[in-house]
Design a protein around this ligand. Structure first.
Ligand SMILES: [Zn+2]
Length: 711
């Protein structure tokens, strides 16, 4: 389930690129140029289990620990042709998906005794897997939408059509720099920044088909070439939908012109990291005045928005520019723009020609994927997105026993205790700020595995014979569910990730940490392994999410989730100095993403701070745990490695990854997370505890001269 609030709850790994690649599923029989099996050929998905002997002992751990820990694994596990990256968590992903597939397949068999939940997930599966029915229908399911757009009489009709598109396609109402899949703008119910107990209307910038504004504005040859390929793709899609070639070329040029102007007007993703920049409150009268070309009253009625105390307009400048843009372009241009969005967002749900062309640009050219995922995996991703909490119930029953929940909760408590001690002992923070930090820490709600009550999908009409209709139904439900929250008190128990998701998040406005059952599996949480291995892998993830409450963004919210400054000026200054050490360190060249590609440490500062702080907390929690058992970190286990060494090895192992250069570039330029190699090497080279584990000496690469430490 995508994140809808801004700031987005801060996710864990590859989230943007994975979600991006998966949101554009398509089918393609292109033969692979790599001699690697497609992922579906892995009949028996393999869960990876940590083994310290996977380390390459011919290498020096103090030179490049990621390589030392991962090179054996990465050499033995090339990226399958239908994937854009492959990690030690990828076997788990296939395994999780296999559980969901088996559940849906069983539910799809017609049976009068099916439960309501089984009917939904079973018929959804049957409709999605019915390739011949989808092929026979061609673009017929899309015709009514194109006819509506053709029937528009004036630019006054623009608003009603945008409201329809926001309903029809998954996440088509969400905007934000990494989710630019919202025609014209984004709209949702969101927690108020200044009164976290209340939900208000939020109007966000949007309008882009490419991942973010940089893709339109780059002036180097590569960026220009990519934009030109995007234009060709749009033209091909128009031709597929029945337009003549010259018309399609002209319409594609119009779409590029409009989207580029919107990109120019968007606030960039570094500026958006500071919530103060997007917390612009307006009355409805002010919103009407800001963009009179959008009929806001009609829009709010069409999306059934309750009255809002005020409206948060994340980027007023964007809407000023959009007003001018609407005035400058004739109706025919806006019809082309809307037609593009309707075709673009339906493409993965239509016949093979649409699916293939969509794959060719978005997954192959943009992300480097050689071959599309098998149909069943795409149907699992769609079902997880659309009916995630219906499907998630079966996953939890199958894969998440109460013992796993109890042991992970125990680890969470141990790590929270470690942060409590860390805060108390900080030399750079005053007593006054410490007290506030402890209040915030104690206010965190720990959510483990799955929600306390399941979402009710009874109003979502799922049929056996129309995949497009099912997705439209589920999307409308989800959109209106968020909008309906406006004016209501916040429900802290809700999740924005589904139970089988291999990810985790901290939500700064709810002050909750959330660990779906999907990540509480090997190699992240391994019930068969000891505490050193588990604190190294999932423990670091837990610490990471807790630290998000105290990173450069999270620290601006208080225990209740209000955007409120609880820091003394002196402590804030001290924090910023430490944060700058991190952002300077991670502002680095990334040759594996292409020549000249550079990471912006200001974009990744929050995630990097969470990585660096999270591992300290996990190690401290392990040390306390061993002490209770009368042991120390430097005692050796039966395998000859010390607990301290196994902790670091297990941490690195959980991050081993092969990544295609295209996706590496996408991550470096758009994702607030660093690439896996840096999540190991940068973090550990900041830690004296690591030097001690492997006897590293000053001057070696894993011993950083200017080591950073925030938490
Ligand atoms: Zn994170």
């Amino acid at each position: 389930m995508p994140i809808s609030r801004i700031p987005a709850a801060v996710v864990f790994a590859f989230a943007v690129s994975a979600a991006f690649a998966q949101s554009i599923p398509a089918q393609n029989a292109r033969p692979s140029s790599l001699a690697v099996a497609a992922s579906d050929e892995t009949k028996d998905p393999k869960l990876e289990h940590f083994d310290p002997d996977l380390a390459d002992k011919s290498l020096d751990p103090c030179d490049d620990f990621y390589k030392y820990s991962c090179s054996k694994w990465t050499t033995a596990n090339p990226i399958p042709a239908d994937q854009v990256f492959w990690t030690t968590g990828s076997g788990l992903e296939l395994w999780n998906e296999g559980v969901l597939r088996d559940t849906m397949e069983a539910a799809s068999k017609p049976d009068a005794n099916r439960t309501a939940v089984q009917q939904k997930i079973g018929d959804y599966w049957a409709a999605c897997m019915d390739e011949s029915g989808i092929e026979a229908a061609g673009m017929k399911p899309l015709q009514p939408e194109l006819a509506r757009i053709a029937a528009m009489k004036s630019k006054k009709d623009l608003t009603a059509e945008v409201a329809r598109l926001h309903h029809l396609y998954p996440g088509a109402w969400q905007a934000g720099d990494n989710q630019s899949n919202s025609p014209l703008f984004g709209f949702t119910g969101a927690q108020d920044y200044d009164n976290a107990a209340m939900v208000v209307a939020q109007i966000d910038q949007g309008g882009l088909g490419l991942p973010n504004r940089d893709y339109y504005l780059g002036t180097d040859d590569k960026s220009k070439e990519l934009l030109s390929k995007y234009r060709t793709h749009i033209q091909k899609m128009f031709i597929l939908s029945g337009e003549a070639e010259t018309q399609a070329a002209a319409d594609a040029a119009t779409v590029i012109e409009i989207e580029t102007a919107m990109a120019q007007a968007q606030m960039d993703n570094v500026k958006r990291r500071d919530p103060k920049n997007i917390n612009n409150k307006m009355s409805l009268a002010q919103v009407r005045e800001l963009t009179p070309a959008i009929d806001w009253d009609m829009y709010l009625k069409a999306v059934k928005a309750p009255a809002s105390d005020h409206y948060i307009v994340t980027s007023p400048d964007f809407f000023r520019a959009e007003e001018k843009l609407i005035a400058d372009h004739p109706l025919a241009h806006w019809q082309a723009y809307l037609r593009w969005w309707a075709i673009h967002r339906s493409a993965p749900l239509l016949s093979k020609a649409f699916v293939d062309e969509n794959f060719d640009f978005f997954s192959h050219t943009l992300a480097g994927q050689e071959q599309n995922q098998p149909r069943w995996r795409r149907c699992v991703h769609n079902a997880d997105r659309d009916l995630g909490e219906a499907l998630g119930q079966a996953y939890v029953d199958h894969a998440f026993p109460p013992e796993s929940k109890a042991r992970t909760l125990q680890m969470v408590h141990a790590i929270e205790t470690a942060l409590n001690s860390d805060i108390q002992s900080l030399s750079w923070m005053s007593q006054a700020t410490k007290e506030q930090a402890i209040v915030k820490l104690k206010g965190i709600e720990d959510k483990i595995g799955y929600p306390s009550h399941w979402r009710d999908y009874s109003s979502v009409k799922i049929v056996r014979d129309s995949f497009l209709s099912n997705v439209g139904q589920a999307s409308s439900f989800e959109f209106e569910r968020w909008v309906a929250k406006i004016g209501r008190p916040v429900d802290r128990s809700e999740w924005t990730m589904t139970p089988p998701t291999i990810n985790a998040y901290y939500d700064p406005q709810l002050n909750t940490i959330n660990f779906p059952a999907g990540i509480l599996q090997p190699p992240f949480f391994d019930p068969a392994k000891d505490d050193a291995v588990n604190f190294g892998a999932i423990g670091m993830v837990i610490g990471h999410e807790i630290i998000h409450g105290f990173d450069d963004e999270g620290r601006k919210f208080d225990a209740k989730g209000n955007l409120r400054d609880w820091w003394t000026a002196e402590d804030a200054k001290n924090y910023d100095e430490r944060g700058k050490c991190i952002s300077d360190e991670y502002t680095q060249e990334v040759p594996e993403a292409g020549a000249g590609v550079k990471q912006n440490g200001l974009l990744t500062q929050g995630e990097d701070t969470a990585d660096n702080g999270g591992i300290h907390l996990a190690l401290a929690a392990l040390e306390a745990d061993l002490r209770q058992q009368g042991k120390s970190l430097d005692d050796k286990g039966e395998d000859g490695w010390t607990y301290r060494q196994r902790f670091f090895l297990s941490n690195a192992y959980s991050w081993c990854a092969n990544v295609r250069p295209q996706i590496a570039k996408l991550v470096v330029t758009t994702d607030p997370h660093s690439l896996p190699k840096f999540r190991i090497d940068n973090v550990m080279s900041n830690m004296p505890e690591f030097e001690q584990a492997f006897g590293c000496k000053a001057g070696q690469k894993m011993v950083r001269e200017n080591a950073c430490r925030v938490w």
